[in-house]
Design a binder for this molecule. Structure first.
Ligand code: PLP
Length: 381
């Protein structure tokens, strides 16, 4: 279902004229489902485990990006009147893939340039590369993350019809629009309605992967805004300089301030570091590196639940977040908790599009061929 307007505008009507928004999600509200096999696996006492099926929030590409894009792309197209976007991420970026799919589906489609830096190779990374090209992105290869970010900035400065959608749709060190984060305040309003309808008890905690940390920041702000007891457990899956508590606090408060400025009746709340948990120790040796714990969580959840319910996790984000949740639920003192796992990774089948690429990587710009010719995949501890 496509919404005619977000919950945010129903609850705070003054925001309707002041906050840009366009409908992009095609299957909303996303279901919350109970994972009883996983509950049995952990021998929970009164505890319960749920999953928020954001993996299916769009008919082509689900996951956490489009919630942000409903606000971000509205800003790009309606407010700034830009005609194209440039964005940035690792060579397997889900943010980049979601961006090009959205750009392709506007009528008329808009251009999308992707600046990509190197990350460990996996099959999913290769698939993303093929799909970037298939959906029509212009691909630029950089080396390391910071250098590639600077290249993206230069491109943007010299191409004025382009809007720069920041990495992950999140402000960088406090700079940039908080509209992506607002998308996840909206997501908590959706969850609250599901709690009110008794589709899920109010969770004690939400486990979610934290990269640029916009998703976790929006969820944290949303939970506090609605007075939920739910605490967000953000599992860091990117380097500490970005995925840290100060950044989460700053992003959450920037989004709240944005809304408070536009509506005097919007509650004057503020996020502090006591409002969430930032969990480190699951990154492995770096962004995108597969870990044994992450892979084990991916496999276990798929066998117990995903196979039947039609979702799978991956090893860069959701697998690591799930690994942290596994360790948490393994502890005796947590066996009575109501835990919600926020599934931020697409689970629609992209095979149909991949088949149409004929897996022909030679159609990609030459610089990218090496990611197919020299591929070897390794797991680390
Ligand atoms: C599947 C998945 N989960 C979680 C995240 C993290 O979201 P955020 O960057 O808002 O922390 C990403 C970001 O790319 C992602 O692709």
């Amino acid at each position: 279902m496509v919404r005619s307007e977000p919950f945010l505008f129903k609850v705070f009507p003054l925001l309707r004229e002041k906050v840009p928004w366009i409908p992009l999600l095609t299957n909303i509200p996303t279901p919350v489902e109970r994972l009883t096999n996983l509950e049995n696996y952990f021998k929970l006492k009164q505890g319960q485990i749920y999953i928020k099926r954001d993996d299916k929030n769009h008919h082509i590409y689900g996951g956490n990006k489009l919630r942000k894009f409903e606000f971000l792309f509205a800003n790009t197209l309606k407010r700034k009147k830009k005609k194209a976007i440039v964005t940035y991420g690792g060579i397997g970026t889900h943010h980049g893939l979601a961006s090009i799919i959205v750009c392709r589906n506007f009528n008329p489609p808009i251009n999308c340039d992707l600046f990509l830096y190197k990350q460990p190779l996996t099959k999913q990374v290769q698939q993303s590369l093929l799909l970037f090209k298939y959906f029509g992105a212009r691909m630029h290869l950089g080396k390391k993350d910071i250098g590639t970010f600077v290249k993206t900035l230069f491109f943007w400065i010299f191409h004025r019809k382009y809007d720069f959608i920041l990495p992950g749709g999140t402000p960088v060190f406090g700079r940039g629009t908080p509209l992506g984060t607002v998308g996840f305040i909206e997501a908590v309003l959706e969850l609250k309605e599901q709690i009110d309808k008794s589709l899920i008890p109010e969770p004690d905690m939400i486990f979610v992967a934290g990269g640029t940390i916009g998703t976790a920041a929006g969820l944290t702000a949303g939970c506090k805004l609605l007075g939920l007891k739910t605490k967000v457990y953000a599992v860091a899956v990117y380097k500490h300089f970005l995925a840290n508590s100060s950044n989460l606090t700053r992003n959450a408060n920037k989004a709240l301030k944005y809304l408070q400025k536009r509506d005097n009746s919007f509650p004057r709340i503020k996020i502090s570091q006591d409002d969430f948990e930032l969990i480190e120790g699951y990154l492995g040796s770096g962004y995108g590196h597969q870990t044994l714990k992450g892979q084990k969580a991916v496999n276990t959840v798929f066998n117990l639940e995903g196979k039947e319910k039609g979702f799978y996790l991956e090893t860069t984000y959701t697998g690591k977040a799930m690994a942290a949740m596994f360790d948490f639920l393994g502890k005796e003192e947590n066996k009575s908790k109501i835990v919600l796992f926020w599934n931020s990774y697409n689970s629609n089948d992209l095979d149909m599009y991949l088949k149409e690429t004929n897996y022909d990587y030679k159609k990609l710009p030459k610089k990218f061929h090496k990611f197919f010719e020299k591929a070897s995949f390794q797991l680390e501890n």
